[in-house]
Every structure is written in C-alpha cells, then in structure tokens.
Design a protein around this ligand. Structure first.
Ligand SMILES: Nc1ncnc2c1ncn2[C@@H]1O[C@H](COP(=O)(O)OP(=O)(O)OP(=O)(O)O)[C@@H](O)[C@H]1O
Length: 332
C-alpha cells in the first residue's frame, strides 16, 4: 500500500515490475528496494534493461505490470515534489544560456534547492559558470555530437541533476562519454554528494565503477535481477576460486567431465588453458590430482569480472549453464 509521501524508509521500491516493447520484455519481473542514503549501481550489459528500469523509476514510462514507488509515493508525485534529480543519457543542451542560468533555472523548479554556487562547486564547474552551454568543449570521438561527448557537458548535466538538492539522484551511465581523468573527477563529485546522506542510483556497464563507487550492486540481465549484493558478495556467490590447468595435461586435450568434478560451477577454455570456476577449490584440486590432470595448475580468487560473466552467461563457453539467479540480498 502506498504510504504517506516521503515517509517510506525506501527511496526506491519495485514490486513485480514488467515492461515489454512488443516481444521484448525489457524489464521482466523486477523486485527491488533501495534504502535511503545508499549508493547503488545497476550493472548490466548493453540492452540488459537498465535505461528502461530508470525510465520506469522516474515515471517517464508506466509498467505493464507491478508497482514502482519512490519514497512511498508514485514516481510522478516524488518527482513533482522535488525529491528526485536525474542525469539521463539523451539530455540535450539548451542554446544560448550560460551554465549558471541553466543550473539556476532547474534549481528554481525545486522547493529546497542547493545554492547555485554549491551545485556548481559540487559538480566541479565553478569556472564554467559564465560559459554558454552550447559552447562547451568537446572531445575527439568520431560520430558523436560534440556536446554529448564533452566532459564539461557531462559535469553540467550532473550539476543540473543535483541543483534541486534531491534526496535521490539517478544517473544513467553517467561516465559513458567521459575520459579516464574526467571519470575520476565525476566520481569524486558523486561521492561528495552521497556523503551528504543522499541516495544515489547509477547505471553502468563498467564492473570496476560499480565495485569502486557503489555500496550495493544490482546485476540486471535480460530484464531480470540476477544478483544483488556487495562486490565481495557477488564474487563469493559466483564461485569463490578459479582453478586453471594446461589443456595439454588432459587426456586427449579434452575438458569432458571436468564440469562434474566436486565444487566446479563452470568450465571454460581460454587459449591453451582450461579454467574451472569452483566453489571448493581444495576438492577440485584433489579430484584433478586423482585424474593426473594438474599440469600448470594455478588457483586464484575469482574476480568480479568472472562473477559477472558467470551471472550473465555473457559470451563464455560454460559446460554447465550459468545459474540464472544468485540471491545475495543484503539487509536494507
Ligand atoms: N522504446 C523501445 N522500443 C522497443 N524496444 C526497446 C525500447 N526501449 C528499450 N527497448 C529494448 O529493451 C531492451 C532493454 O533496453 P534498455 O535500453 O533498457 O537496456 P540498457 O541496459 O539500458 O542498454 P544500454 O546500456 O545499451 O543503454 C533492449 O532489448 C532494447 O532494444
């Protein structure tokens, strides 16, 4: 039941949400609750359903099934009440206004905005205040309109998102068009905003960003949440260790049957090596030794990358199907 607006302990709440475009179920039964004050990454590959989730969350799209609430109220109501700021992928610059004018205009639409100077400072663009937004510098990327690829424009969009001092800030792939240096600066700004007690939800397809900047990672694949937890929890849930051996040490260079060894979750061939993701590396190694298949044996902790591949089954040859739902729900 919808609570009185603004009183819910959850900034974001999805219950059984479905959104289809024709035959594509872009969001396919999502349940998600995000407590106030958390920084959460929505992690997924291209087309996983991140942007659709975000547009449902902001009330820009309506779900076919299920319910979305922000702060216990329908998204439109929370957006109207100034509780939400967003930085979307397809934002366009307004011609002939300065950065300060744009940020002031947006701030003026909110009941308790940040002082404009604070918004500019948090986004690291105080020095750009008097520049026209359609004359900000661009990068060199071929085929991308200059403003969309500009690191300065990226920061201006961030200032616009936080101008209203919203309790929740939603960032759709905020660093997609930024170079490495601009990325670092952006995350510093984002963390400064989060430290003020605000809730931050950002989407990304960069694992490292999710791991480094979010205290919770929600992995989405084909419209479904396939994992939810800290980076460490995802690593553990996807299988603790990687055991690798030389293919040349296997009878007939064949990996047949390795997937049946104790602890093994998946088997992959990379070049001349067989990689076994395992939940019990000791048992796996003992079993390999019994088969006399330990040539070049190495044991290493699974990386978040490995966890992600295991969770989404992305372009990895696994001899057992990747598990489709690993539950690592944290207490929120
Ligand atoms: N308006 C639309 N009409 C038809 N199909 C759509 C529409 N919006 C999204 N889709 C489809 O829904 C699926 C999820 O798309 P979505 O944009 O939400 O993914 P994403 O994770 O944000 O991807 P990206 O990282 O590329 O932005 C994709 O298969 C996409 O083609």
């Amino acid at each position: 039941m919808t609570q009185r607006a603004g009183t819910s302990p959850h900034a974001v709440s999805f219950a059984g949400v479905v959104k289809a475009f024709g035959a594509v179920r872009a969001v396919d039964g999502v349940d998600l609750e995000i407590a106030r004050g958390r920084t959460v990454a929505l992690l997924g590959r291209n087309g996983a359903g991140k942007s659709t989730t975000i547009s449902l969350l902001l009330g820009l799209n309506q779900p076919d099934e299920g319910r979305v609430e922000l702060f216990g109220a329908p998204p439109e109501e929370s957006v109207r009440a100034g509780r939400v700021g967003a930085m979307l992928q397809d934002a366009r610059a307004v011609p002939r206004v300065t950065v300060r004018e744009l940020v002031s205009f947006v701030a003026g639409r909110y009941p308790e905005p940040l002082p404009v100077a604070d918004a500019l400072e948090l986004a690291g663009i105080t020095q750009l205040a008097e520049r026209r937004v359609d004359r900000l510098s661009g990068g060199q990327t071929v085929g991308v309109p200059p403003l969309e690829r500009s690191r300065e424009w990226g920061r201006v969009r961030f200032a616009v998102a936080l101008a209203g001092n919203p309790a929740l800030i939603v960032l759709d792939e905020p660093t997609a068009a930024l170079d490495v240096e601009a990325r670092h600066a952006f995350w510093d700004s984002m963390r400064a905003y989060a430290r003020r007690g605000h809730t931050v939800l950002f989407s990304t397809h960069y694992l490292e960003e999710a791991d480094a900047h979010a205290d919770r990672i929600v992995v989405i694949d084909r419209g479904r949440i396939v994992a939810d937890g800290t980076g460490e929890q995802l690593r553990r849930a996807a299988g603790g260790n990687l055991v690798s051996i030389d293919l040349a040490g296997l009878a007939g260079h064949s990996t047949d049957g390795l997937e049946l060894l104790p602890g093994v979750v998946s088997v992959e061939v990379r070049g001349r090596r067989a990689l076994l993701r395992t939940e019990d590396s000791d048992a796996t190694v003992v079993a390999l030794a019994r088969r006399d298949a330990v040539r070049g044996l190495e044991v290493a902790p699974a990386s978040l990358d490995d966890a992600f591949l295991a969770l989404t089954g992305a372009s990895v040859r696994t001899s057992t199907p990747a598990r489709t739902h690993i539950q690592v729900r944290e207490t929120v």
